[in-house]
Design a protein around this ligand. Structure first.
Ligand code: ADP
Ligand code: TZD
Length: 562
């Protein structure tokens, strides 16, 4: 017992528990019952970023998690605010990003009898199927444990999203200050290293040593693991060609001679042994199936989640462990056993050359109005001397062309629609990346994609963040409707002047209709380190429906019948 009977409350205990565990940033939207909690957090030295919509706040927290390997924290109000944030939590979980969504909630006695409270909802039950773990704190003395469990669940094993429910009652409850202090938990080693079993490492090396056409595929799990030094050592020692998945671009620079990206289909279709490192064999890799894949290809898979193995193809050599420890173990046991396969490497190089030459004509063309290739070349030219810039990328064609045309030099600098191919991450990821890194961010956005989070331009301007948003404006989802016709389901307003949105908040807007002005505008915006928005006008007929994944649109079986 403290002598003077000094008291604390739930608000203070939450903030102290977060600070004790190194949380220095919170993203959210204020309101009942968390307004005072956010004020207190800010007064106690935690940076607070207030958004216009919880989904963007949640996306900022999710990318904070990916970029720091600590859980990004999003705070929302109850029911609707919570549901808005839940989309981001589910997306974080799908992408294996550590994040904690903390929502205030109504009193249990009213919720459980469905007596109709302000913003009433059984949030814990709703959250549970959409995240890795979900907890509720019902007593102030449990706040420390609740936050500790949330941090461990988000970070350990396969990272993911965690929901933490704090009732309004708990926030306001008083507790003896000394008892409160003792109840807090500092989490020790929340993401313990998970070295692989030596026999699994040997099995993997045996298989790779037998390969004549080995190929490594690096995924965003490898990027998350911060294992670029170990991965580079392994790939360079073995001479193995590699393909980066989109958010693994830059783990090794895209211009590395062993990158097989420009001969992707050939390399995948002809490899006899594939080393999957922190990448799932999901739709983004055609589930490992024909026609892209060969039925006889054998797999080594490195993943922290053993349940991932055999999910789509049989895995001949599964290695369960964290990627960093795993590559360290592979390097230690390698002893020159996996040799560079010259014939295979040369064949890949030949295809790369052919494809690069074929692409060059399209990339170097300068049509008017601009198309996706020419506009992205203009962006690439302005970025060429700026390797520190973080790229956010969403849209359909804007995403697919962007992934191929914008080269990355550094790990974890490309942030995009990810595993779901989701729209709406743009401005949230941009704010999170700028907040965490302090570096310039360029968000390359389809005009439809931008609309999902466009109001956060005000957030970017309010905090003066060095974010340049480039809108690839072709008047539609995928592309625009022909002049003089009614709007179809994919149409958006013709000739929108998106640059005026940022001018309303004091940022700098640019309207660019050619490649020279686009390169110039981006260079100027980056040099200013201030919020900017570039409306890049693209040919409304450019682009294809659904970008590169048109084949995923369901086709009517009835239509095919005579
Ligand atoms: P991509 O979309 O880039 O192909 P995925 O998101 O499909 O990548 O796959 C990421 C994989 O990485 C997941 O299966 C996840 O379990 C795994 N992973 C995440 N972090 C680590 C880590 N530190 N070590 C090993 N595997 C990890
Ligand atoms: N809603 C959500 C949340 N995610 C989605 N992926 C979609 C809808 C469907 N969708 C796509 O898959 S891409 C896209 C939508 C609406 C936008 C494409 O248009 P754009 O890009 O203007 O952003 P391009 O570059 O012009 O093709």
């Amino acid at each position: 017992m403290s002598d003077a009977g000094e008291m604390t409350d739930g608000f203070h205990l939450v903030v102290e528990a977060l600070k004790l565990n190194g949380v220095d940033t919170i993203y959210g939207v204020a309101g009942i019952p968390i307004t005072d909690l956010l004020r207190l957090a800010q007064n106690e030295g935690i940076r607070y970023f207030g958004f216009r919509h919880e989904q963007s706040a949640g996306n900022a927290a999710a990318i904070h998690g990916f970029l720091t390997a600590t859980p990004g924290i999003c705070m929302t109000v109850s029911a609707p605010g919570f549901l808005n944030g839940l989309v981001a939590l589910a997306n974080a979980t799908t992408n294996c990003f550590p994040m904690i969504l903390i929502s205030g909630s109504s009193d249990r006695n009213i919720v459980d009898l469905e007596q109709g409270d302000y913003e009433e909802m059984d949030q814990l039950a709703v959250a549970r199927p959409h995240c890795k773990a979900a907890y509720r704190v019902n007593r102030p003395q449990d706040i420390g444990t609740g936050i500790a469990r949330a941090i461990r669940a988000a970070l350990s094993g396969r990272p993911g999203g965690v929901y933490l429910d704090l009732t309004a009652e708990v926030l306001g409850s008083a507790l003896d200050a000394e008892a409160g202090k003792r109840s807090l938990v500092r989490v020790v080693d929340p993401a313990p290293a998970a070295p692989p079993a030596p026999e699994s490492v040997k099995r993997a090396l045996d298989l790779l040593a037998s390969a004549e056409r080995p190929l490594a595929i690096l995924g965003k799990g490898a990027a998350y693991a911060r294992a670029e030094a170990e991965i580079r050592a392994f790939l360079e020692a073995t001479g193995m060609p590699f393909l980066p998945m989109s958010m693994a671009k830059g783990l090794l620079p895209d211009d590395h001679p062993q990158s097989a990206a420009a001969a992707r289909s050939y390399a995948i279709g002809n490899a006899d042994v594939v080393l999957l490192a922190g990448a799932r064999l999901n739709w983004l890799l055609s589930h490992g199936r024909a026609p892209l894949w060969n039925a006889s290809t054998k797999f080594v898979q490195l993943d922290i989640a053993p349940t991932e193995f055999d999910s789509n193809r049989a895995i001949a050599a599964p290695v369960a462990g964290d990627i960093r420890s795993t590559f360290a173990a592979l390097n230690a046991a390698l002893a020159g056993r996996v040799k560079r396969q010259s014939g295979w490497v040369e064949e890949i190089d030949k295809r790369k050359q052919q494809n690069i030459e074929r692409m060059a004509a399209r990339l170097n063309a300068d049509p008017s109005p601009m198309n996706f290739s020419s506009a992205l070349r203009a962006v690439r030219n302005a970025l060429a001397t700026q390797p520190d810039v973080y790229i956010v990328n969403e849209g359909a064609n804007t995403l697919d062309f962007g992934r191929n045309i914008i080269d990355m030099d550094k790990p974890r600098h490309r942030l995009d629609s990810g595993t779901w191919g989701v729209m709406g991450i743009g401005m949230g990821y941009a704010v999170g990346a700028a907040a965490v890194t302090g570096k310039p961010v360029v968000a390359i956005e389809g005009d439809s994609a931008f609309g999902f989070s466009g109001m956060e331009i005000e957030t970017i301007c309010r905090y003066g963040l060095p974010v340049t948003t480039i809108i690839f404006n072709n008047n539609g989802v995928y592309r625009g409707d022909p002049e003089g016709t009614a709007y179809t389901p994919t149409g958006l307003i013709r000739g929108a002047r998106y640059e005026k949105i940022i001018e309303a908040f004091g940022g700098r807007g640019y309207h660019c209709t050619d490649t020279a002005s686009l390169t110039g505008a981006l260079a100027e915006a980056l040099a200013s380190k201030q919020p900017a928005l570039i409306n890049a006008v693209i040919d409304p007929t450019a682009g294809t429906e659904s970008g590169h994944i048109q084949s995923l649109n369901p086709k009517s079986a009835a239509a095919a019948k005579p």
